[in-house]
Design a protein around this ligand. Structure first.
Ligand SMILES: Cc1cc2nc3c(=O)[nH]c(=O)nc-3n(C[C@H](O)[C@H](O)[C@H](O)COP(=O)(O)O)c2cc1C
Length: 205
């Protein structure tokens, strides 16, 4: 089995929940974007300061949970998941309700200073080899934000002739942000679709 078997396409960024363990064996979960680099290789960018980056630097491995459960995303962002939501896999943990998971063993870590829209920060760029891919559902669909952006973009586009003033400004601002996200996380067809929306949006200039 490889990443294609759980719906991951090369070059795309997927929103997953990563589980890690600390030196005392305590599990932790956090949403993390995972880029599918190859059929059995992933890349991720970790901002410094999280438990996730500390645990991965200590253990050099992590588990990627492919799921769409909104409560797991929210609970793992706002705090940690209750212990009963984890299942053990050797000395690692996955989330019991996940659609699929795999183990990622880190092959390289580079700390880089990055400048983005939030300012300058240190980010660890990680490459990892994939193993132990486990599916609990026949058809696994990893979460990619591009299609949601396109749908939102179309909704704004079809409402443009109904808005004015501050609301119109807000729509224009959101469209620019959606275009940024689609170009960051999407595949070629998502980007082509977004280009068409932006082209049609020009009619309102
Ligand atoms: C959908 C989503 C994707 C995220 N992707 C990343 C990411 O790729 N890298 C990162 O460092 N933080 C990412 N975050 C932020 C972390 O999940 C967040 O800082 C979390 O609180 C860290 O938890 P921890 O301290 O338990 O590791 C993401 C958050 C969300 C909601």
């Amino acid at each position: 089995m490889d990443l294609k078997d759980i719906g991951m396409e090369r070059g795309l960024l997927y929103e997953t929940v990563v589980t890690t363990v600390d030196s005392n064996g305590k599990p932790n979960a956090a949403p993390i974007g995972i880029i599918c680099k190859n059929n059995l290789e992933v890349v991720c960018y970790l901002h410094h300061g999280s438990t996730t980056v500390k645990n991965i630097k200590d253990t050099k491995s992590f588990v990627v949970n492919v799921l769409k459960d909104p409560m797991i995303f929210v609970e793992s962002t706002l705090g940690n998941l209750p212990i009963e939501k984890y299942e053990s896999h050797g000395d690692k943990f996955y989330i019991g309700s996940t659609d699929a998971f795999f183990v990622a063993d880190v092959t390289s870590i580079k700390d880089v200073e990055r400048k983005d829209q939030f300012g300058v920060s240190v980010t660890s760029v990680l490459k990892a080899d994939v193993s132990d891919i486990t599916k609990f559902k026949q058809c696994v669909e990893p979460l990619n934000r591009a299609i949601y952006g396109i749908v939102e973009g179309l909704v704004y586009l079809t409402r443009m002739n109904m808005v004015s003033g501050d609301m119109e400004k807000l729509y224009r601002h959101r469209m620019a942000e959606i275009a940024r996200i689609v170009s960051k996380v999407g595949a070629k067809d998502h980007k082509n679709a977004m280009d068409m929306i932006m082209e049609a949006f020009k009619d309102f200039d």
